[in-house]
Design a protein around this ligand. Structure first.
Ligand code: ADP
Length: 936
């Protein structure tokens, strides 16, 4: 087959080369030569390698309807026919020198008087339904695409190719198969072909409806032993099988933090994790309590989980084995950088209509878009919020009234300030939602049922007079914690106390006030899915280039959402590594519950880290790429897919690539509404009886289903029952990937080198088959089960501190001071002992001193008048020191009219910003090898 393809493409390319210039192509004779030559070489290729080389079998395979006599033989009615197109095409009577690839035999002049049945490239009999013209059309279209994209060379010898007969076993569908027979083996490709059913998933969702608003507490065992003692056997810490089975994954539980299992499976297998530049306390506590060990050696590539605070390097991704997991997708900065996020969404606004993507405040990137900012300001006055491009925690953010106040020296984003926020008891708030993406193609997006609500400390004033007050306009905890009025709750169960609430508490509060929380959550889910869709294409391309196995990457995003007074959610930004820092007992509870569910969701295979697929070949088939582009993983060559048959009422045909594109060609002409109707028809037409899907797709569907069963507190928001109707219009009909072109039906977004497939459509059809046949209208609200989950109070989560002895505030200041004093002594001792203190060390010490000061002014005695005097001193220091920073930093002098505590909070926030920038520059010193240079 390869040989034929290559011969075909070679021939075709030489034909093209023989037409020496572009003018030749316009020449009539040359064009005819090309066209007849193309057909001839396709015919010849199909002669040597017919698409159905042998055809036989019981009905609907070819059979004799009536008895037929051949001379003295009579073939009875009902006898099977075995048609061997492969052999017929090699009959030397019609095709002399039959093994030779010679397209000229099909030139019109050489085809006269050839028997009509000596060439049957598209099979024969009642199954010959596709139509030869259509098939030829598709082949030509594919060829054009390939030849435009690639150069083909023959690198194999013909003798190296052997013809092998292969056989596909079809399992008859049987209604007797029960749901229980869905293999637990999540990823395995073990040949036990099962009916795919979604009823398990449905049952799970149905159960949710019965759940009360508040989780039932787990019953304590009567004999008084701890729950973990009962869970002591390894299997309760595993899902998908016992320790050692290849599909078993670790089950993470919050209870392990207070009561670790005695013999956790991860410990037995010496499973390891690595952390690079990330907050580690909670994560390390969870992983350690489940028996995973931290691998600290930078050069050892054996780990089960890599958790990084930065984007992983391509070489690191490429070297991953099937069982390894990393917490980022390549190029996910397309979603998490403020400038890239806006540009990607803006592209979708142009392509699909602004009304579909109007959930992000209008944003400009400075200094490039300064003119646009001015003209927009002229039409629609400020205020504007100025933010560094890639920063977080409110650092460097301030609000201005006019573009003149925006500095043009550095790259910044300037966004329209949403000045009508939803207020709770007069305070502005925003939401931090946790969103997990486990795959981009097919797209799998989950939102955690619980989130955090952050309040600004100072009551909101809509007059615009207090724009400089960050504690009124910004909701970041890192800013508001410096205000003396900030209330921190010490009770992990208190969900609506102080300036940090849970999402469920806010929803219950809003519902009590008569707000339609269901509509609100539906809108929020839509914002999340659309933002992910808008940024997906570049991430998918990067995954295809760098990620060898489909389950290597996952990502936890922190979505910051602001709700305005009309209940419209606005996407402020998406955080790459949402903070897992636990500043309050509520943080510990919510984040620990979310983290254990995330680790279970992403499937940490219970395997020792030193296993490599080379010495464990079964791993390769465990987790191979769903796509045919799996060449990246070293899996080369075309495949002969085994086929499975699904039960007739749930089965669907998976239309691979170009078969489906035929329908799309139809769909592309016509108005939007026509197109939508046609698209829906395409969708329903695909429901056919007795259909087949490929093994790889089958494996993918099983993986998605088993992931759904492990979702814990995560709610899958894509795909969902409504997702195709809601978001289908944004997807390329051939590939299922977001389409960023404006053309109806869209320009295909198929990245080069990728055989088109439509996994999103396939999944939708498989997971929600009942929706294909009936045209249900989209329900106007989030399904009730989702709302129930968002509104109910979360009972899980670790409720104690993460440390044996929690330092109280004064302890922590003492601790910081002692570290500072120790370093300071070193600074003074060094010159006396003739030791050089590097600039790096000196700067670190100075930063520690500044942190002590920051803690002091934001400590408990913030109302102390001395603190106010100190803050004036600090302000003067900041004004001088900021001019020495490499990154420009503009210190804002708080108004004299401000209350003392507000002034202190503004100064503390700016000191915090300064320390951040100062430390960032200090890191450059160490990297620049300046560590030995003495401080002058
Ligand atoms: P960071 O990544 O530094 O936290 P954000 O974009 O999340 O930056 O903004 C910080 C805070 O500023 C948010 O908590 C929100 O309250 C406020 N904010 C940001 N953008 C806007 C906006 N366009 N309109 C109103 N408030 C905003």
């Amino acid at each position: 087959r390869k040989l034929c393809c290559i011969s075909l493409l070679n021939y075709f390319q030489s034909l093209l080369n023989s037409l020496s210039s572009r003018s030749d192509i316009l020449d009539k004779a040359a064009r005819r030569k090309l066209l007849t030559g193309t057909e001839a070489c396709i015919f010849e290729s199909l002669r040597l390698d017919p698409s159905v080389p042998f055809n036989s079998g019981p009905p609907p395979g070819p059979t004799f309807q009536n008895a037929i006599s051949f001379g003295e033989y009579t073939v009875p009615a009902g006898a099977n026919v075995f048609i061997a197109a492969f052999g017929i095409h090699r009959d030397p009577k019609y095709f002399p020198d039959p093994e030779k690839f010679d397209p000229d035999r099909f030139l019109p002049e050489n085809s006269i008087n050839r028997h009509s049945h000596c060439y049957i490239p598209f099979a024969a009999g009642p199954r010959n339904c596709v139509g030869q013209k259509f098939a030829m059309f598709e082949i030509k279209a594919t060829l054009c695409q390939l030849l435009r994209t690639f150069k083909f060379m023959k690198s194999w010898k013909e003798e190296e190719f052997k013809f092998i007969m292969d056989c596909a076993l079809l399992q008859r569908s049987s209604s007797a198969e029960s749901d229980n027979e869905v293999p637990k083996d999540t990823d395995s490709d073990d040949g036990i072909l099962r009916k795919i059913t979604n009823s398990k998933e449905k049952a799970q969702d149905l159960k949710l409806k019965e759940l009360p608003l508040v989780h039932q507490a787990k019953k304590k065992p009567e004999n008084g032993c701890s729950s973990n003692a009962l869970e002591g056997d390894t299997e309760s810490w595993m899902i998908g099988g016992p320790l050692g089975s290849r599909s078993a994954v670790l089950k993470f539980r919050c209870s392990a933090l207070s009561d670790p299992p005695s013999e956790p499976p991860a410990n037995e297998l010496h499973m390891t994790y690595k952390i690079i530049q990330a907050e580690t306390k909670l994560l390390a506590a969870v992983l350690n309590s489940h028996g995973m060990e931290r691998e600290v050696h930078p050069n050892i590539p054996d780990f089960n989980l890599l958790w990084t605070g930065i984007h992983p390097k391509p070489h690191l991704l490429k070297a991953m084995t099937p069982y390894q997991r990393v917490n980022h997708f390549p190029r996910s900065y397309e979603l998490t950088r403020k400038d890239r996020l806006y540009k990607n969404i803006e592209k979708m606004q142009h392509a699909k209509g602004a009304k579909h993507f109007d959930f992000i405040p209008q944003t400009f990137v400075m200094p490039m878009d300064f003119r646009e900012l001015c003209s927009s300001h002229y039409r629609n006055k400020g205020p504007w919020i100025v933010k560094p491009v890639a920063s977080s925690r409110g650092r460097g953010i301030y609000i201005v009234n006019s573009p003149d106040q925006v500095p043009l020296e550095e790259t910044l984003v300037v966004a329209k300030y949403i000045d009508n926020p939803l207020l709770v008891a007069g305070h502005k708030c925003d939401l931090r939602l946790y969103v997990a993406v486990t795959s981009y193609d097919p797209l799998l997006v989950y939102m955690y049922e619980e989130g955090l609500v952050r309040f600004a400390t100072v009551k909101y004033d809509s007059s615009g007079k207090h724009l400089w007050n960050p504690c009124m306009h910004l909701c970041n905890y890192s800013i508001n914690k410096y205000h003396s009025d900030y209330v921190r709750s010490d009770d992990p169960e208190a969900e609506d106390v102080g300036h940090k609430w849970t999402l469920s508490a806010l929803l219950r509060h809003l519902r009590a006030q008569g707000t339609d929380t269901s509509l609100l959550m539906q809108r929020i889910e839509e914002v999340v899915v659309k933002a992910v869709l808008a940024t997906a294409p570049p991430i998918i391309s990067a995954c295809r280039m760098f990620v060898p196995y489909p389950r290597n990457c996952f990502e936890l995003y922190g979505f910051d959402i602001l709700i305005d007074s009309t209940l419209k959610p606005w996407l402020l930004e998406v955080n790459l590594s949402p903070s897992l820092g636990c500043d309050s007992p509520l943080d510990i509870r919510i984040k620990s519950a979310m983290l254990v569910d995330l680790l279970t969701l992403v499937a940490m295979l219970s395997l020792p880290p030193a296993i490599h697929p080379a010495c464990h070949p079964s791993l390769n088939c465990l987790n191979r790429h769903y796509t045919d582009s799996s060449n990246v993983s070293g899996e080369r060559g075309g495949h002969t897919p085994a086929l499975i048959t699904l039960s007739s009422n749930t089965s669907l045909i998976f239309l691979r690539g170009l078969k489906f594109s035929h329908k799309i060609v139809d769909c592309r002409s016509g108005t939007d509404s026509e197109m939508r109707t046609r698209r829906e028809r395409c969708l329903t037409e695909t429901v056919v009886h007795e259909s087949k899907i490929y093994m790889k797709e089958n494996r993918m569907i099983r993986t998605v289903r088993s992931e759904f069963e492990r979702k814990g507190g995560f709610l899958r928001i894509f795909p969902s029952a409504e997702s195709w109707k809601r978001y289908g219009i944004f997807l390329d009909p051939v590939t299922g990937i977001t389409c960023t072109s404006a053309a109806p039906g869209g320009q295909s977004c198929v990245p080069p080198m990728v055989v088109p497939h439509n996994y999103n459509l396939l999944l939708h059809q498989q997971l929600f088959p009942e929706l294909q046949s009936s045209r249900k209208t989209i329900e106007s609200s989030t399904p009730t089960d989702h709302l129930t989950r968002y509104e109910r109070a979360l009972l899980q989560g670790h409720k104690a501190s993460l440390e044996e002895r929690q330092l109280d505030k004064s302890d922590s200041i003492k601790f910081l001071f002692s570290a500072y004093i120790k370093n300071k002594i070193e600074v003074f001792k060094s010159p006396r002992q003739n030791k050089h203190m590097s600039q790096y060390q000196a700067r670190r010490t100075f930063a520690q001193y500044l942190i002590c000061i920051l803690r002091r002014i934001s400590g408990q005695n913030k109302t102390d008048p001395i603190i106010e005097d100190h803050s004036e001193l600090i302000l003067r220091f900041l004004q001088k020191a900021s001019s020495n920073l490499r990154t420009p930093y503009f210190v804002q002098i708080p108004s004299r009219k401000l209350a003392g505590k507000d002034r202190v909070a503004v100064v503390a926030k700016q000191l915090n910003d300064f320390i951040y920038l100062y430390n960032r520059e200090t890191d450059l010193y160490s990297e620049g090898g300046d560590t030995t240079q003495p401080r002058t």
